[in-house]
Design a protein around this ligand. Structure first.
Ligand code: FES
Length: 177
């Protein structure tokens, strides 16, 4: 079999090992919930959900991240690649220098998280998943970050910020290089 016949043939299994281990662990921890929601006869839906979760965790769907998802779902890598490149909500290219992920789940929304997200969209001039024109910030809406007790919460480059106010958000983002 030549590379021409199989575009993923050059992607070795080592690629998964090149992903940050803590993020792979986060993905694996999230997987049972996804598989529970989408049983075996809904594999396609599980693929969509798993890619979405992988993107939230890894920032974008690199070939390695696509391979990880395919591997965990027991699907061909080509399938993960097809889905990831077909839908606009998936990023198959790197994101901005900083990734700002605002939780808009129930606890955070009740505490103002959704307003913070909408406010940031307006200030940065981007939609959900969008990157500012200067490539500085990618803004993303995410599901519960596990900081509901100190809502609203956001992750900035994997660092958790809690008890957010519009002032503290402005200060945190202003301090980013
Ligand atoms: S609902 Fe936002 S951290 Fe849980």
């Amino acid at each position: 079999m030549s590379h021409h016949d199989h575009p993923n043939a050059e992607l070795g299994p080592l690629q998964i090992a090149e992903l940050p281990k803590d993020k792979v662990a986060r993905f694996d921890a999230a997987l049972p919930e996804i598989l529970k929601r989408y049983p075996a006869d809904h594999k396609e839906a599980a693929m969509l959900a798993a890619l979405r979760r992988a993107q939230e965790i890894f920032g974008w769907l690199s070939p390695a991240a696509q391979r990880l998802v395919a591997d965990r779902l027991g699907a061909p890598v080509t399938r993960a690649e097809e889905v990831a490149t077909f839908y606009v909500m998936y990023h198959t290219r790197p994101v901005g220098r900083h990734v700002v992920e605002v939780c808009t789940n129930v606890s955070c929304s009740l505490a103002g998280g959704y307003d913070i997200f909408e406010d940031l969209k307006r200030k940065l001039g981007v939609e959900n998943g969008g990157t500012t024109g200067d490539g500085r910030i990618t803004l993303r809406q995410v599901e519960c970050l596990g900081s509901c007790g100190t809502a609203p919460a956001m992750l900035v480059d994997e660092e958790m910020h809690e008890g957010l106010t519009s002032q503290s958000v402005a200060k945190i983002l202003g301090a980013l290089p």
